[in-house]
Each structure stands twice: as structure tokens, then as C-alpha cells.
Design a protein around this ligand. Structure first.
Ligand code: PMP
Ligand code: GLN
Length: 386
């Protein structure tokens, strides 16, 4: 056989390069900049939680977990869903523990999206959705939101629905805009999809990072919609350990059965000792209920530190990201501006246009405030000088 090289024209993802999070974090490291680009905390995860992981490792919980996740963790998550959203979830058939929300999203898309299926994405959209659809032969159909409000007009979104629409992906609280969907939004979505067989993939990784007393409008709260939903979550976001890569998916049993068909051959199961540790840790609801206040304080601290900067804050109702309009400083594209911020001014940011398939021209960057007050203060000092 002649030694034929892979022909890159046959790539399944011809337009995909390295994710912006890797690119900007590398640039921040290269130039010694404060890294407010990729979303991760720069403070430690709970010592008690780490101790629990070690204890379970030492006790010998080091072999494969059950495919869907350890039962006690699934029970704790069912209790949480009941307590927060008034939804009874069957831990045996409606919960699967995953290797972070990324795998949950990828598995959900792979389980349901076939070649030629259309999937409506609300852009700016988290960067894993589009490629996960395309690698399965699906077609992302963008519905664009723009600064400063980033509000969904559900009637307009409905105009994108066709007989080939398989799924709509929503994300609340929303990365990167920091907006949250209200009850009316989810009701509108429920009405729009009623009787269609269209699935809703609801990315709720920031469920506990929502501010000013607003409730998180999980799809779990809406019985009429829930039958068509898969919802994804991330412990990395909740417990400040993004490197542990543990998350989960909730879905009604008939959808979860399909999800697990893929999950079992995708990862089979995930990290056993961390699952046991999380189950113990979740027994105290304060571990997650305290997060709103914790991050709201950081948001407000950061906003104070940015007072006097020509970067104009938009609004942050949830997540640990804040968008800033830089049009008072420059009219260059956001990708250039974000690079220059990192190299010349020492603070790395994410350009928001990368979350659009048709490159938005809004002059907006995203900064992550999941950082110590010292870091936020230092970043504010640098950014006030621009
Ligand atoms: N969805 C959104 C909106 C995110 O911001 C992220 C990044 N944390 C993920 C999914 C992926 O989560 P995980 O790190 O648990 O894979
Ligand atoms: N979710 C994080 C963000 O939006 C990054 C995740 C990643 O690096 N893949 O910044």
C-alpha cells in the first residue's frame, strides 16, 4: 500500500482551529499578563472537598464507577433538583454523571443529531456547540443576539424552525453575555416547540451564579417543556475545580436511555473517588447556595475596580463573566483589541466575535471575574490607564 497522508480537505471540521480559550491563555502566559480570558478561578477549591477525594482514594474507591455514575451522587442530585426546582427526578433513569458539561453536551448532541439535522444556536454561543453538531453531520442554524441587550425575540427565533430542526440549544445564565432567561422566555420556548418533537438542550452550568435575587429558570421548572429537554451541569463551575472535569446531564428517562447508549461508548464512566466525595459534599446545600453571594461580591468588587476605565461595562446578571464595550478606546476588531490588551496593557480578555459564526462587529470583550480581589484590583489598575 502506498503511504498516503491524510488529505486535510476531507477534515470533518475544516473551519475549526484551536479554541480561543487555549489561544488567549497561552498569549497571557507568554506575555505575563493577568489572565481574565479563559473562565477559571485563581483561588483554591474547598480543602474539605479535596480531603474527601483523598479519603475515598485511600479507602480503595479506585475502580470503574457504574456507567451512569455512583448511585449516592445521583441521589444527592435528585434531592437538589427537587429542592431548587420542585422537580422529581428518578436517579436511576434520569441522571448521568459525565466528564464535565462538555462531554454531556457532546454526548447529547451525538445521541440525537443525525446528518442533515438542523440545530438552532443562540449566538454568541459557547464554542463547543457548533463543532459538536458539525462533527455529527448536523447543521448549526444561528440566531444572533447583539449588544447591548442580547435579548431573544422568540417569534424571530421561531422563524428559523423548519421540518429538519432537531434541537434548540439554550444557555442560562449565558456565557459570554451574562444575561439570564426569564420565566417568560422559557414559556415562549415551550409554546414554540409544543407538538413539534424538537428537543431542547439546556446548558445550565452557571445555575448557581445568578445575582440580585433573580431565580434560575431551569427547564426543570416547566413540566410541559421538560419532556423534550436535556439539561447539562458542571461541578467545575460550582466548586471552583474546573480541572476535575466532572458534570452531569438530566433528562426524562426516554431521552436519557438514548444519551446513555452514546455515553457508555464515549467515556463509559467517570472518576470514581471524586463522585463519592461530591456526594458527601453536596449533603450540605450551603456548599452551592452560598455561591450567588460569593460571586455577586466579586462582580461588584470588579465593577468598582473598573470605575474610571474607558471600557464601558454592559450588564452581568449571572455567570462569572462581564462584557465591556471598548468603542471609546478603539475601532479595531475585537480579536485585535483583545490581543493588544494582553500584550501592551497586561490583561488578557476574550473577543466576543469568536462566539458568532458570522463574525459580529460589536466592539465588545469578555473579562472573567472569578479571581481574588488582589488580582481584580491589579487588573482594574492596569485597565483604568487605557
Ligand atoms: N457550557 C458553558 C456555557 C461553559 O461556559 C462551559 C465552560 N465551563 C462548559 C459548558 C463546559 O463545562 P465543563 O468545564 O464542565 O466541561
Ligand atoms: N468555559 C470556559 C470559558 O468560557 C472555558 C472552558 C475551556 O477552556 N474549554 O472561558
Amino acid at each position: 500500500m502506498p503511504n498516503k497522508r491524510f488529505d486535510t480537505r476531507t477534515s470533518k471540521l475544516p473551519h475549526v482551529g484551536t479554541t480561543i480559550f487555549t489561544v488567549m491563555s497561552a498569549l497571557a502566559n507568554e506575555h505575563g499578563a493577568i489572565n481574565l480570558s479563559q473562565g477559571f478561578p485563581n483561588f483554591p477549591s474547598s480543602e474539605r472537598l479535596s480531603d474527601l477525594v483523598c479519603q475515598y482514594m485511600k479507602k480503595g474507591h479506585n475502580q470503574y464507577a457504574p456507567m451512569a455514575g455512583v448511585p449516592i451522587l445521583r441521589e444527592r442530585l435528585a434531592e437538589k433538583a427537587e429542592r431548587l426546582y420542585g422537580k422529581t427526578i428518578n436517579p436511576a433513569t434520569e441522571i448521568t454523571i459525565t466528564a464535565g458539561a462538555t462531554q454531556a453536551l457532546f454526548t447529547a448532541i451525538t445521541a440525537f443529531v443525525s446528518p442533515g439535522d438542523e440545530v438552532i444556536l443562540i449566538e454568541p454561543a459557547y464554542d463547543s456547540y457548533g463543532p459538536s453538531i458539525e462533527v455529527n453531520g448536523g447543521i448549526p442554524v444561528p440566531y444572533e443576539l447583539h449588544a447591548p441587550d442580547y435579548r431573544v425575540d422568540w417569534e424571530q427565533l421561531g422563524d428559523l424552525m423548519t421540518s429538519r430542526t432537531r434541537m434548540i440549544v439554550i444557555n442560562t445564565p449565558h456565557n459570554p453575555t451574562g444575561t439570564v432567561l426569564k420565566a417568560e422566555d422559557i414559556q415562549a420556548l415551550e409554546k414554540l416547540t409544543a407538538g413539534t418533537g424538537i428537543l431542547v438542550l439546556s446548558d445550565e452550568v452557571y445555575e448557581h451564579l445568578i445575582y440580585d435575587g433573580q431565580p434560575h429558570q431551569s427547564v426543570l421548572r416547566f413540566p410541559g417543556l421538560w419532556e423534550r429537554c436535556l439539561a447539562t451541569y458542571s461541578f467545575g463551575k460550582t466548586f471552583h475545580n474546573t480541572g476535575w472535569k466532572i458534570g452531569y446531564c438530566l433528562a426524562p428517562a426516554h431521552l436519557m436511555a438514548e444519551f446513555r447508549k452514546v455515553h457508555q461508548f464515549n467515556v463509559f464512566c467517570v472518576n470514581t473517588p471524586v463522585q463519592y466525595a461530591l456526594a458527601d459534599y453536596l449533603a450540605d446545600p450551603e456548599t452551592y447556595l452560598s455561591l450567588n453571594d460569593f460571586y455577586q461580591q466579586k462582580r461588584d468588587f470588579f465593577l468598582d475596580a473598573m470605575q474610571g476605565s474607558r471600557l464601558r461595562p454592559l450588564r452581568c446578571e449571572g455567570t462569572y463573566f462581564y462584557l465591556f464595550d471598548y468603542s471609546a478606546i478603539s475601532d479595531e476588531p475585537d480579536t485585535e483589541f483583545a490581543k493588544r490588551m494582553t500584550i501592551e496593557w497586561g490583561v488578557a480578555a476574550i473577543p466576543v466575535s469568536v462566539f458568532y459564526s458570522n463574525n459580529s462587529t460589536d466592539k465588545v470583550i469578555r473579562l472573567c471575574f472569578a479571581k481574588t480581589e488582589e488580582t481584580l484590583e491589579q487588573a482594574g489598575e492596569l485597565l483604568r490607564k487605557i
